[in-house]
Design a protein around this ligand. Structure first.
Ligand code: F6R
Length: 581
């Protein structure tokens, strides 16, 4: 995830852009750049934060009323000056910034290389500038060249581009955020409303696939064929705090909703690092902590059941004491932050024992990337709330892509859309939260692939609501925990219609008979009939149920926390990144 911005008007563009980039920095902060057009195009960019780079390179000394800017969260290529945006074509006359992932960048780049284009960076972005250049060399106008280029791109993108000789900005969006702001004798575009909220409150909502051309006095929106289309501007009335959180009261709720978009980005992640390793090794150990450990349990299940591997999943802090990796072991370490000391220590230990280590992380150049042999990035963008939500779903998405991309029976592309449908039940889930927020103990039951999700649901609830919550495999109740069930104790039963559902019905009846208040997350009619309340999920290939079971549990935890007047973004005693053992 990156932050991008464009400005055309009468103000000093470098001032507007530098200020906007500071407001967009929550979207990425590894390198920063600006391009201003004032007869020629001037680019300044470097690795670092907006404050550091804009001060060192004196962004605001640049004269001109037309410009673009970018704050980067690296996906393709390390954070460094060459990979920082803006990028340009061979001539330096087509300059652009981009947010998203171009999935077909390898064939497109080689097509351009064959035509003599030379690249300065490792990014997927740069080829967009070269394509526009190529079409212009072929005799097309800048506008048609832009449209033709966008037509060639697969994946997600928001693009903001300057072309020398044009006093306008070309923009396009697909599966990546981009807003168009309309001021008096000035126009803006940006990844998010807060970047320009102090200049205008009038916005044109751009739809996926829209292309627009903006100039000082005017804007025109087109469909991807270049036909003009009408988009009606809206007025918004947000406070600056609301704006920072995209209109949501907390980052956690924003991040829960952002999952629709970021799962798409994660499904586009480059997982090639896992291919050879999974073919080469049959003995696999997974190490992780907290939420990432729950993702590892899903991976363990899938590797065993569908790939015939022998897999152990071990809590990172326990790993050096209970595990004996050898040179024949593949260790897969999962860490959102890439900074969790327990996980990094476990990786070091595994390497000392001669094991090969693959790390899944969200943060480019985090500590884990320096100790592991191979890295896969989650592409989930920065997560601000302490409780992990979108990064858990992104971990699942990357895991599924590693194991099932190319499997015709498993349609991963439907996941973002399905999550959207679950989010539509938010109000109902809020009402369910109201019924359990005064309880002291809450239990979660799951079996098979749903058990790690039950564990994740219990962790989410306890960390942000301070209610004691435990997850059990349904069959384990009768071996002890059943004695904790008494009148009115909420039991959240994860019972998708899969191979576990008849046994889950048994577990449900077991707790109901003892007085439990049963909340089922299900699509099985018999379970629905027995439960006191049901949160419905759609029918899917059973292997995909973890994605849809997770979302109601995140919303439930969030709304219980709100009912209890706790700030879910900052739960007591916890930190986002645990850098001590
Ligand atoms: C829970 C949560 C933590 C982290 C854990 C590991 O919501 O966020 O349990 O999952 O501290 O963190 P990473 O994945 O950064 O190693």
């Amino acid at each position: 995830m990156c932050g991008i911005i464009g400005y055309v008007g009468s103000k000093r563009a470098s001032d507007v852009i530098t200020e906007g980039l500071k407001r967009l920095e929550y979207r990425g902060y590894d390198s920063v750049g600006i391009a201003i057009y004032n007869g020629g195009i001037h680019i300044r960019k470097e690795k670092g934060t907006v404050e550091e780079v804009s001060t060192a390179l004196q962004f605001t000394n640049l004269d001109g009323h037309l410009g673009i800017g970018h704050t980067r969260w690296a996906t393709h290529g390390a954070p460094c000056k060459d990979n920082a945006h803006p990028h340009h074509d061979c001539t330096g006359k087509v300059v652009l910034v981009h947010n998203g992932v171009i999935e077909n960048f390898i064939p497109l780049k080689s097509e351009l290389e064959k035509k003599g284009h030379r690249f300065n960076s490792e990014t997927d972005t740069e080829l967009i500038a070269h394509f526009i250049e190529q079409y212009m060399n072929d005799g097309l106008s800048p506008f048609i060249s832009f449209i033709r280029t966008v037509e060639r791109l697969k994946g997600s993108y928001s693009i903001v581009s300057l072309i020398e000789g044009e006093d306008k900005i070309y923009i396009a969006r697909k599966n990546s955020p981009l807003i168009l702001g309309v001021g008096k004798d000035e126009m803006f575009c940006a990844s998010d409303i807060p970047a320009v909220l102090n200049h205008t409150k009038t916005f044109v909502p751009l739809e996926e696939g829209d292309i627009a051309v903006i100039s000082k006095l005017d804007y025109t929106v087109y469909d991807h064929f270049g036909n003009q289309i009408k988009r009606t501007p809206i007025e918004i009335n947000w406070s600056s705090e609301m704006a920072e959180k995209g209109g949501y009261p907390h980052f956690m709720l924003k991040e829960i909703h952002d999952q629709v978009h970021f799962i798409y980005e994660s499904l586009a992640a480059d997982v090639s690092a896992s291919e050879d390793l999974l073919n080469l090794f049959d003995n696999i150990q997974l190490v992780a902590a907290g939420t990432s450990y729950h993702a590892s349990l899903v991976l363990k299940y899938l590797l065993q059941k569908f790939k015939g591997k022998t897999v152990e999943s071990i809590i990172a802090s326990e790993y050096p004491f209970v595990s004996f990796p050898t040179k024949d072991t593949l260790v897969i370490a999962i860490s959102q932050s890439g900074e969790t000391a327990d996980t990094i220590q476990a990786v070091r230990y595994a390497k000392q024992c001669g094991a090969k280590v693959l790390a899944l992380t969200n943060v480019v150049q985090s500590s884990i990337t320096r100790v592991a042999d191979k890295i896969i990035y989650l592409n989930a963008g920065p997560e601000v709330s302490v409780a992990a939500t979108k990064t858990f779903s992104s971990q699942l998405a990357v895991i599924y892509k590693m194991l099932f991309s190319g499997d015709k029976n498993i349609d991963l592309s439907q996941i973002p859309q399905i999550i959207e449908t679950i989010l539509q039940q938010e109000e109902f889930i809020r009402s369910v939260a109201a019924q359990i927020s005064n309880k002291k103990n809450i239990f979660f039951l799951g079996r098979g692939l749903s058990y790690p999700i039950a564990m994740e649901g219990a962790l989410k609830l306890k960390e942000i609501s301070y209610i004691h919550a435990e997850a059990y495999p349904g069959g384990e109740l009768k071996h002890g925990p059943l004695s904790l069930i008494e009148n009115g104790v909420p039991v959240i039963v994860l019972a998708p219609d899969d191979e576990t559902s008849s046994k889950m019905l048994g577990s449900l009846k077991e707790v109901k008979t003892r007085g439990a208040y049963v909340i089922a997350i299900t699509n099985n009619p018999e379970i629905e009939k027995e439960a006191h309340i049901s949160i419905n999920i759609p029918h899917l290939n059973p292997i995909l149920y973890p994605f849809v079971l997770t979302i109601p549990l995140q919303l439930l935890a969030y709304y219980v926390s709100i009912r209890k007047d706790i700030d879910p973004d900052r739960p007591r005693n916890l930190a986002k990144s645990v850098t001590v053992e």
